[in-house]
Design a protein around this ligand. Structure first.
Ligand code: SF4
Length: 320
């Protein structure tokens, strides 16, 4: 069931996920489409997430936005101080402004990175973890991971785990999507594109997620006049994902767009996506066990089992 409506306010709205936004020219959603999008969300009882470009919106847009309960996703380059204070999620498109940034608690931060940049610069995350409540690291070239990269990623996760362990022992509990989400989950928590959330683009049409809009404007799944029309919508659900439904890497985003890009099927992940998610899962297991050894309080959590595989597809014989 759809619960969230993402509204891209402009073609240049910040991209917060695995895809990059190719649009360079401003195209603001029309005031009518914004009004009707908000009305649609009210009728369907959806929580709205507005995604901002990095320029100041006209006053009438701000007034309309303020008329409904919502969350704001902004770029780290956003310059409107008032708006920035009201943001819930701040997105860094790369590492260029990360080191001098004034991170503060109470917001979620997203750092988008290539694998190479992550391997070179992850040490700076240690300091940030001490300042924020939540940090999401989003890798933008998952499909390019090699066996050597998996080893490098394992090392990155291990070093970040050591830092998080220290912080927990010191009484803090920062969240890092790569390591702490799996510790806290008891079931799958995927991105939900096409199932629990849907995107309204500046052209007034619905898309499975922003990436589907960026990739091909003709890929819409309905519009504000005719409503939502998702073909084969069961394919976006976990129970129709033949590999993922057997998996316990519950923190995995199970990115529908990446699935389609890499395997041409929205419900089938690539080997790279699965191995990365399992390296995170296994590092979370070790982190959970280490934190417990200190007697540090953690909410009641089930053990994370030890497993002997990194890609669930390798265990398909066991699913029969
Ligand atoms: S690790 Fe692979 S199988 Fe498991 S949820 Fe993620 S994409 Fe699906």
């Amino acid at each position: 069931m759809v619960q969230y409506l993402v509204i891209l306010l402009d073609d240049t709205s910040v991209s917060y996920c695995h895809c990059n936004n190719p649009y360079k020219e401003h195209r603001l959603i029309s005031l009518d489409d914004l009004r009707n999008g908000i009305l649609y969300a009210m009728k369907e009882n959806l929580m709205i997430q507005f995604v901002y470009p990095d320029y100041d919106l006209p006053e009438e847009y701000k007034e309309k936005i303020e008329s409904i309960d919502h969350h704001n996703i902004v770029s780290s380059l956003y310059f409107d101080k008032l708006m920035f204070e009201e943001s819930d999620v701040v997105v860094f498109q790369d590492w260029s402004s990360v080191s001098n940034y004034d991170f503060e608690p109470g917001k979620a931060y997203v750092i988008k990175t290539t694998k190479t940049d992550l391997f070179d610069r992850y040490c700076s995350l240690k300091e940030i973890l001490g300042k924020v409540d939540r940090l999401n690291v989003v890798i933008t070239d998952v499909e390019k991971f090699t066996d050597g990269d998996f080893e490098s990623y394992k090392k990155v996760l291990s070093e970040l785990s050591a830092e998080i362990e220290k912080l927990y022992v010191a009484g803090k509990s920062p969240q890092l999507n790569l390591l702490t989400d799996r510790m806290m989950l008891s079931e799958m928590n995927n991105c939900g594109a096409g199932e629990t959330n849907i995107t309204l683009a500046p052209n007034g049409k619905f898309y499975v997620c922003p990436a589907f809009y960026y990739e091909n404007e003709a890929d819409s799944v309905g519009d504000l006049d005719k409503g939502l029309d998702i073909k084969n919508k069961q394919l976006y659900r976990l129970d129709h994902a033949p590999i993922c439904r057997h998996c316990d890497a519950w923190q995995c985003k199970r990115c529908i767009w990446l699935n389609r890009k890499t395997t041409l099927e929205v419900n089938t992940p690539s080997h790279e996506q699965c191995v990365i998610a399992h390296l995170e899962r296994n590092a979370s297991r070790e982190l959970l066990n280490s934190i417990r050894k200190h007697g540090t309080f953690l909410p009641e959590q089930d053990e994370i089992e030890k497993i002997d595989y990194l890609d669930p597809f390798d265990k398909r014989a066991d699913w029969q």
